[in-house]
Design a protein around this ligand. Structure first.
Ligand code: GAR
Length: 208
């Protein structure tokens, strides 16, 4: 019998190295989740190319083109329903979702953030800015965090964290790369599998 699996949508805005890590973990770390949809809010994002190469349906939904965040979330919700999505994964998705949306998907949205929350997180911290701030503060350890998404930017329940050393001479770019390699690309597939298995177990319990 095939093992049950959760249907996952991955939301992206850029290069999609975290998306790639998720795709590469299928069949090894990820055994109870299927990536069935990729959504980019940036037309032309390289992550779309990665989705196409993996044969996964991908959509571009741009708030700018749709006339605002409300219309964007409406279109997103419709796509998620159409693809019968169980779990949303924000993998370098650099837009803040509304309280309405995050409530509707309570404990069903995961995000990866490139620092040890609560350091260097919240509305103003994303992408390279996080690593610039860590270097400016002179921390010796940074890392990555996977957490559930709620109405507070980077404020939801923490699932996994991994520390990464800051080395003398690091630039924001070298630090970003180390945090990705040593933490993000490992944690995100692991968190997806954890949440998928937990969801399936809960469903089985409630069916008994
Ligand atoms: C990643 O470092 C991710 O953690 C970060 O953006 C980068 C996207 O890279 N996300 C945030 O800063 C969210 N606040 P990718 O497109 O290559 O996965």
């Amino acid at each position: 019998m095939l093992s049950p699996s959760r249907r996952v949508a991955v939301l992206v805005s850029g290069g999609g190295t975290n998306l790639q890590a998720i795709l590469d973990a299928r069949g090894s770390v990820i055994r109870h989740a299927e990536i069935v949809l990729v959504v980019s809010n940036k037309p032309g994002a390289y992550a779309l190319e990665r989705a196409a190469r993996a044969g996964i349906p991908a959509l571009t939904l741009s708030a700018k083109e749709l006339g605002g965040m409300e219309a964007f979330e409406h279109a997103l919700q419709r796509a998620l329903e159409e693809y019968r999505i169980d779990l949303i994964v924000l993998a370098g998705f650099l837009t803040i979702l509304s309280e309405d949306f995050t409530r509707r998907w309570d404990h069903r949205i995961l995000n990866i953030h490139p620092s040890l929350i609560p350091a260097f997180c919240g509305r103003d911290y994303y992408g390279l800015r996080v690593h610039e701030a860590a270097l400016a503060r002179g921390v010796k350890l940074t890392g990555a965090t996977v957490h559930f998404v709620n109405e507070i930017p980077d404020g939801g329940e923490i699932l996994l964290q991994k520390a990464v050393e800051v080395l003398p001479g690091d630039s924001p770019e070298t630090l970003q790369r180390r945090v990705m390699e040593q933490a993000e690309w490992i944690l995100l597939p692991r968190a997806i599998e954890m949440v998928a298995v937990e969801g399936i177990t809960q469903e089985e319990r409630s069916n008994q």
